[in-house]
Write a protein that binds this ligand. Structure first.
Ligand code: ADP
Ligand code: MG
Length: 386
């Protein structure tokens, strides 16, 4: 990945390509989830935060109904006409077509623009570069069309674009936090009502992303399988989502439920409780409790939901042993990708050094660590400040 900030890269590349400055700069961040994994599609609770890594687009309006978008990261150009039927293909351009298709279907008025896009959200690492791209595109269409920005509406449109056009059956969490995360805060989100509450992340800690440098294989089929196991368990209780089943109900029905579905449901129901608990603990500054809940979440994902991997277990173990670590857990869909740790700010350098060393020795792989600050969701910037 190029180390120059993507904000500067897109601005300069736009000027070189078009011979003038862009009219607008927009961006939308990737995300990491502190706790509440595989709960979003069960209409449960999650606690993600928007990263200080984002996808940026520099753009100017066009009078024709066409989007001409150059991707610096893929070194390719997309040209899509807004008044012609769209064809499904493969690759990064599908996110653009999906956003056009669903925004149109939602009654939003689309106008043409030309732009240059680049990002520093690692791609395919479980930090939701896809949601970042969708929301950056939403912001681009919004600024050109003079839309009143409605983050929840745009999150829903982005999720539908990913579900219905790209074919990835993700929940709403990634898009909600990329649309409306807040600097210095995590977002406590109820995925049923979409009510979002900002929860301050104490200054005494840093959120550290631990990339195992392994990528998930077969994740889509395993993800869909987990979803249907949850739906099937919910059906047993006469409801559509596990959000509406209590631990007491689940325990009473253990003998009647398929043992695998029982464990899947136990993860989801206990994980929802952990999110509620974690929000309270963060608010009261009880960081030991937050860390303990993160560890319990990892164990539940590993043993009951079975979506962890050897590399994820190993990097979480390395984090637990390192100085200043309150807790760590796998994050994202699983089977590879990243874990997340909460670390005391006074130990951050020793923590990073030790985890990298320990993980390299035990796994024979080089991990990547990102110390991140919770950031704002999708934004529009004035070009004068660039
Ligand atoms: P994740 O969301 O975990 O990063 P996904 O597989 O859901 O992984 O989304 C990654 C896809 O999103 C990429 O293959 C690409 O099509 C698109 N994408 C992400 N970042 C960029 C980027 N900087 N430029 C162009 N397309 C991107
Ligand atoms: Mg994604």
């Amino acid at each position: 990945m190029n180390h120059t900030s993507p904000r500067i890269r897109v601005f300069q590349a736009f000027k070189e390509l078009h011979g003038h400055s862009p009219e607008h700069l927009v961006c939308a961040p990737g995300r990491v989830n502190l706790i509440g994994e595989h709960t979003d599609y069960n209409d449960g609770y999650v606690l993600p935060l928007a990263l200080d890594r984002a996808i940026w687009i520099a753009l100017s309006s066009l009078s024709e109904p066409e989007v001409r978008l150059h991707s610096l990261d893929f070194d390719q150009e997309a040209s899509v006409f807004l008044d012609q039927p769209l064809m499904k293909e493969e690759g990064w351009k599908e996110y653009l077509k999906g956003m056009i298709e669903i925004s149109n279907a939602s009654g939003l008025e689309l106008f043409g623009w030309k732009g240059v896009m680049a990002g520093d959200v690692p791609i395919g690492a479980g930090l939701s570069s896809s949601a970042a791209m969708e929301l950056a595109l939403g912001r681009a269409f919004g600024v050109v069309g003079n839309w009143k920005w409605n983050p929840t509406q745009m999150a829903r449109i982005s999720q539908r674009a990913e579900n219905e056009w790209v074919g990835m059956n993700c929940g709403i969490m990634d898009q909600m936090v990329s649309a409306s995360g807040r600097k210095g805060h995590a977002m406590f989100l109820d995925c049923q009502s979409l009510e979002a509450t900002d929860v301050p992340v104490p200054d005494a800690v840093r959120v550290v992303i631990l990339d195992t440098n392994t990528r998930r294989g077969l994740v889509d089929s395993a993800y869909n399988e987990r979803r249907s196991q949850c739906e099937s368990a919910a059906r047993y209780f006469g409801v559509t989502v596990l959000r509406d089943v209590s631990m007491e109900q689940l325990n009473q029905s253990e003998a009647m439920l398929d043992p695998l579905e029982f464990r899947r449901a136990r993860h989801v129901i206990t994980e929802n409780c952990r999110v509620l608990d974690c929000v309270k603990a963060l608010r009261s500054g009880n960081l030991d409790r937050v860390g303990k809940l993160m560890k319990e979440s990892h164990i539940s994902l590993r043993d009951d939901f079975e979506v962890s991997s050897e590399a994820l277990d190993l990097i979480a173990e390395c984090a637990y042993k390192a100085p200043g670590c309150y807790g760590a857990r796998m994050t994202g869909a699983g089977f590879g990708g990243c874990a997340v740790a909460l670390v005391d700010v006074s130990c951050i350098e020793e923590f990073v050094e030790q985890v990298l060393k320990d993980y390299a020795e035990t796994s024979e792989r080089n991990g990547l660590l990102y110390v991140c600050s919770p950031s704002d969701g999708a934004s529009v910037f004035s070009v004068e400040n660039c």
